[in-house]
Every structure is written in C-alpha cells, then in structure tokens.
Design a protein around this ligand. Structure first.
Ligand SMILES: NC(=O)c1ccc[n+]([C@@H]2O[C@H](COP(=O)([O-])OP(=O)(O)OC[C@H]3O[C@@H](n4cnc5c(N)ncnc54)[C@H](O)[C@@H]3O)[C@@H](O)[C@H]2O)c1
Length: 200
C-alpha cells in the first residue's frame, strides 16, 4: 500500500526539470498523474515513456497562463481519472532582462505564467478538491521569493507574489482541509537553471 494510492494529481510544466521529478515522485507514491506542459512534443514523449512502466499517467497540453486551457486541464484530469486531489503549480519561466531591457509584454508574460497560473488552477480545481473531502495545492515558488537577484526583476517579483498568493490561499481553504504550500527551491540543475547561471 502506497501513501497516495487512489489519489489523482495534476502537475504543470512537467515535461522536464523539477516538474517531471515531482510527477515521478507522485507516481512512485501511488498517485495517478496528469502531466501537463505547453511543450506538446516533450510532454507526449515523457508520458509515452512513463506509461510503458505505469498506466496511471496521461498528458494534457496546457498553457497555464490561458484561462480556458487551465479549465480544460482540470476537466481533463477529472474525466480521465475520476477525481482530483493534488495540484502542483510548477510551470514557470524566467526572463533575464533588466527593467530597461524588458518590454511591457515581457513583464506581463512572466507574471502570467508564474502568478496568474496560481490564480487559475485553484479557481477550477477547488470544487473538485472539496468534493474529494480535501486535498493539496503545491506552488513552486523560489528562493527568489525571499531575496533579490540580479537582472531578473519580473521573475523575482513573480516569485514573491507566488509566495504571498500561496499564503492567502492557505488561510482561505485550510479550514476545508485543502492544504496550500509553497516549495521554494534554491539553484537546481535543470534546463531553466542553465538560463539563470551567472545571474544569481
Ligand atoms: N531550476 C532552478 O534552479 C529553480 C530554482 C527555483 C525555482 N524554480 C522554479 O521551479 C519551477 C520549475 O523549474 P525548472 O528549473 O524545472 O524549469 P524548466 O524550464 O526546466 O521546466 C519548466 C517547464 O515548464 C514548461 N512551461 C513553460 N511555460 C509554460 C506555460 N506557459 N504553460 C505550461 N508549461 C510551461 C516548460 O515547457 C518546461 O517543461 C519553475 O517555476 C521555476 O521558476 C527553479
């Protein structure tokens, strides 16, 4: 008997890096997992590999900044696996640009992927978590939620916001047995980290 047998999880940005690691860990613990990513090619490839060893996995291509795409993702998980217990908001982007270099569109994109997503997934997932009797939302923030770092103002601002949004959701939904936590990794060797190298 595994700890998460019978539970269903959605992990965003899970085609590679930290999200893929979290998806693998959830599968190992017994959960069924919807791997979601904006990168359809890589997402399909990863799921084809995982499904060969474990049937409890499916892919749903999603841009987490897109309202209707996130609604579709949550619906997909519930239709595919029958319930929803865990949402991991892992998808994130970094832009190595000072405020002088970044356009308004650059700023908006980082904030939409890193923060709006954490507003959207609970919006659609909460009724299902409630129906399941409770659940968990894990938001991947960053050490940058606490400290400034060079040449990444939008990223640092977005991770600060992700942390405070997590705290707000935690006090709103904790009484309903829906735990909301933030994971704040330090430097982790992933494809994203390669972009950040030299800007810490
Ligand atoms: N790697 C680090 O050192 C580090 C440190 C602290 C926090 N983090 C955070 O951890 C999370 C994962 O980071 P990582 O290093 O694994 O990154 P990564 O770039 O290796 O992987 C991110 C994944 O998110 C997907 N993605 C990007 N935009 C998306 C969108 N709009 N919709 C859906 N998916 C999208 C990408 O396709 C990719 O598969 C991010 O939120 C990142 O900010 C990373």
């Amino acid at each position: 008997m595994n700890q998460l047998d019978g539970k269903v999880a959605v992990v965003t940005g899970a085609a590679q890096g930290i999200g893929l690691g979290i998806a693998r860990a959830l599968l190992s613990a017994g959960a069924a997992v919807v791997i979601s990513d904006v990168n359809g090619t890589e997402g399909e490839r990863v799921v084809a590999e995982l499904v060969a060893t474990d049937g409890r996995v499916a892919f749903c291509q999603t841009d987490v900044a897109d309202d209707s795409a996130v609604a579709n993702l949550i619906e997909f998980a519930v239709v595919h696996f029958g319930r929803l217990d865990i949402v991991v908001n892992n998808a994130g982007v970094v832009a190595v640009q000072t405020v002088e270099e970044a356009s308004v569109a650059d700023w908006d994109r980082v904030m939409a992927v890193n923060v709006r997503s954490i507003f959207l997934t609970p919006k659609y997932a909460l009724p299902h978590l409630r129906r399941a009797g409770g659940g968990a939302i894990l938001n991947v923030a960053s050490v940058s939620s606490f400290f400034g770092q060079q040449h990444t103002p939008a990223y640092v601002a977005s991770k600060g916001a992700a942390l405070m949004l997590t705290k707000s959701l935690a006090v709103d939904y904790g009484p309903e047995h829906i735990r909301v936590n933030a994971l704040c990794p330090g430097i982790t060797d992933t494809p994203c980290c390669a972009i950040m190298r030299g800007h810490g």
